[in-house]
Design a protein around this ligand. Sequence first.
Ligand code: IPE
Ligand code: IPE
Ligand code: MG
Length: 232
Amino acid sequence: MPKVLPKPINVGIIMDGNGRWAKSKKLSTTSGHEAGIKTVRLIVEESIRHSISSLTLYAFSTENWQRPKKEVLGIGKLLIQAIKEQVPELKEEGVKISFFGNYKRFGNKAMGMIKSAEKETDLTKPSLLLNIALGYGGRSDIINAVNEIISSNQRKKITEKNFFSFLEAPVEEIDLMIRTGGDKRISNFLLYHLAYSELLFVDTLWPDFSQKEYSKCLNHFMKVERRFGKRI
Ligand code: IPE
Ligand code: IPE
Ligand code: MG
């Protein structure tokens, strides 16, 4: 039985390595992304088993719009397909799905699917909050928040805590951030939310990332002493 975590845990994952996985198998990049979606399903299951509060996945960055048109179109199609196939099951399992970022460029069909997935899974007592960063960039998130504050002319004092409410992600502190694919960088993921996260970088390419390896990451996290700057 997986160990149940002692307190609410917010996990963030940079799901990297689909392209290299596909290349190593002489498959198309889109096949790599397709394999990556299968991993998402497994990791969602394992998150529920471990009673994770929220799982925030980096699916597509603002910088990823610069990729070849064919790849971007392929991702858009896979997104629609994944929502169609997986949302009924996820709903059954009590998963509440939210998307955040600027994903308009994926087109009206994708936008409609996203909206209906969010509506369908708007459960009152979800087993897991599944947040998907799509067309997301940490810097533009902060800049948009600042502009919103300026233009709203509001008088409420901005604090470290209430600033979260101006940001796009429906989550605050990330406790554990995992990046697959071997690179040790943030690539414009949740900059404000990662201030005190534990960072784990694993070499495994996302399509090969398993429930077992994810469990290991969670077990490792449970053992780390988080000091938040204090002398403990
Ligand atoms: C991550 O995998 C998925 C997206 C950025 C959409 P990559 O496609 O970046 O995989 P690598 O890094 O090229 O292997
Ligand atoms: C980060 O991966 C973005 C996602 C996983 C969605 P990238 O492959 O885009 O990042 P870089 O280019 O290696 O920094
Ligand atoms: Mg990559």
